[in-house]
Design a protein around this ligand. Structure first.
Ligand code: AMP
Length: 304
């Protein structure tokens, strides 16, 4: 099944306690599509970059066989830029700057060829743009959406409109509390599912993820990492891995949703081991399967 991804393509300036990088290739669409591409489905990107987006970024996506017909290049414009700094506790991140640049006037155009894609991943961008993409799609089977506090606070009404049109929402614990105005995550899950998505996945940083549906509460473990260099993109990579697995299997059963959450966590664990997108560059399917099996061992126990 083909997957359409919309989101940012960015130049990120990142500081962590272990090092820093200036204007490295990043962005939600970059991480989502790179992660999803490991599951062998055709991946298509809708996004925008400026003339300053490095060839290295294009090559990364091309080498993963990602279809870039929907990527607009505005030669005279500047690429979206984001800068962030992580604290000693890597779950805490301060955004230092966000420069929308070419995103300011972005009007996503879904190429004709992409409109029948069965899976859509709406990366974290303005909910109005997310809706514009959905309006151009012909009957997608599954719509997966990511968002962040920025949109929950500034475009709440538009975000609620987007939520009515999606199936699966992925967000982190603090965003779930903010969106639902409910501190308890299980209750928050119920409130948010009432807003539209039948499936909700709440990411809890290095503490794993919760999958919530009408009949399932599944707590996925986190991979015990010794070497976390840079958490940037972990959330997007999670969404990409999840979408890639679901598109590959075209199976939304409860058991397969659980597997998809573990695949998302698996891809995210590779992402954070290196700076920027480096962790997603040269993975093999074998490495992914191997770590997936290690995830299974993490919470297996003998109940007798
Ligand atoms: P994550 O660590 O998964 O939350 O995602 C980090 C990525 O999101 C970075 O590569 C940023 O370029 C991108 N990003 C940060 N803020 C925004 C925003 N407001 N809109 C779109 N993309 C963003």
């Amino acid at each position: 099944m083909s997957v359409l991804v919309v989101g940012s393509l960015a130049l990120d300036t990142i500081e962590t306690p272990f090092g820093s990088v200036r204007e490295a290739v990043g962005g939600s669409a970059t991480y989502i599509s790179a992660a999803a591409s490991y599951f062998f489905s055709p991946i298509r990107v809708v996004g925008v970059v400026g003339g300053d987006f490095p060839q290295e970024g294009m090559t990364l996506l091309e080498e993963r066989n990602i279809d870039l017909e929907g990527l607009e290049v505005i030669k005279s414009g500047k690429t979206f830029r984001w800068a962030g700094r992580y604290r000693y506790d890597l779950n805490e991140r301060d955004t230092l700057s966000t420069d929308l640049n070419v995103f300011e006037k972005f009007d996503p155009k879904v190429p004709e060829r992409y409109r029948k894609s069965k899976f859509v991943v709406l990366g974290n961008i303005d909910p109005v743009l997310q809706q514009r993409v959905l309006q151009q799609m012909e009957n997608p089977r599954v719509v997966i959406c990511d968002t962040m506090n920025y949109w929950i606070e500034r475009k709440n009404k538009d975000l609620l409109e987007t939520l009515r049109r999606i199936n699966i929402l992925v967000l982190n614990d603090s965003e779930a509390r903010l969106l639902s105005k409910e501190p308890n995550l299980i209750k928050a899950g119920r409130v948010i599912r009432g807003m539209g998505p039948t499936v909700l996945i709440i990411k809890k940083g290095e503490h794993g993820a919760l999958l919530l549906t009408e009949s399932v509460t599944f707590s996925a473990p986190a991979y015990p990492m010794e070497n976390i260099f840079d958490p940037t993109g972990a959330g997007d990579t999670f969404a990409g891995g999840l979408a890639g697995w679901l598109a590959r299997t075209d199976d939304l059963s409860e058991e397969n949703l659980k597997r998809a959450v573990i695949y998302g966590s698996t891809l995210a664990s590779f992402c954070v081991e290196k700076f920027g997108v480096e962790g997603l560059r040269d993975l093999t399917y074998l490495q992914i399967q191997d770590r997936f099996r290690q995830f299974r061992e993490l919470s297996r126990f003998d109940g007798d």
